[in-house]
Design a protein around this ligand. Structure first.
Ligand code: ZN
Ligand code: ZN
Length: 184
């Protein structure tokens, strides 16, 4: 499947067969440790894994490359896709070949966070839109925290949650805005 494919790193090495997990086959560059994974192979492996919703934040110390890279199979530039809103790194996909390209250290990070089990959902158009919305929300919160301080924003979040549970929230909001103090 990955016969005679070369890495685009400086060593331009021939990719070698590897086993990422029991039952999950891929190809890897012996020099830089990059991994080429076929979505079909991932799906076969995923089908044999237990159902799981749980995942943790993605963490990695691996240095992500920043430029788009060519697909080792067809030489088209691969898409760079996020797998979490924190964007610890992106992974590359060639749509026509259904190949994923991972830098060294990215697969172990995906396994550790549990995201490795959800690649199809994460990489789908809907998944990418969700991650984009999460990123916007996170940067909005960061801006608000910078402007008003953590303590203030935490208090607002607490009050919002509390208000959402009150049956007469509009009346309560009107009371809050009222210039007349209710108590001493
Ligand atoms: Zn390489
Ligand atoms: Zn390709």
């Amino acid at each position: 499947m990955t016969a005679n494919l070369h890495c685009d790193c400086a060593a331009h090495s021939l990719l070698k067969p590897t086993t990422l997990e029991p039952g999950l086959f891929a190809a890897t560059c012996p020099d830089c440790g990059a991994v080429l994974l076929k979505m079909d192979d991932w799906r076969r492996w995923r089908g044999a894994q237990p159902a799981s919703d749980a995942h943790a934040p993605l963490a990695t110390t691996a240095a992500d490359h920043t430029r788009a890279r060519p697909c080792p199979a067809c030489a088209r530039l691969m898409e760079r896709l996020s797998v979490d809103a924190g964007a610890a790194f992106r992974i590359d996909r060639c749509g026509p070949c259904q190949h994923l390209w991972l830098d060294a250290g990215e697969w172990p990070a995906l396994m550790q966070s549990g995201l490795a089990l959800h690649l199809d959902a994460l990489l789908s158009d809907g998944g990418q839109r969700r991650l984009q919305a999460e990123r916007l929300q996170a940067s909005r919160m960061q801006a608000l925290r910078q402007r008003h301080g953590d303590a203030c924003i935490d208090e607002i979040v607490r009050i919002q949650h509390w208000l959402a549970e009150q049956p007469h929230r509009d009346e309560l909001l009107a009371l809050l805005r009222s210039p007349e103090p209710l108590g001493p």
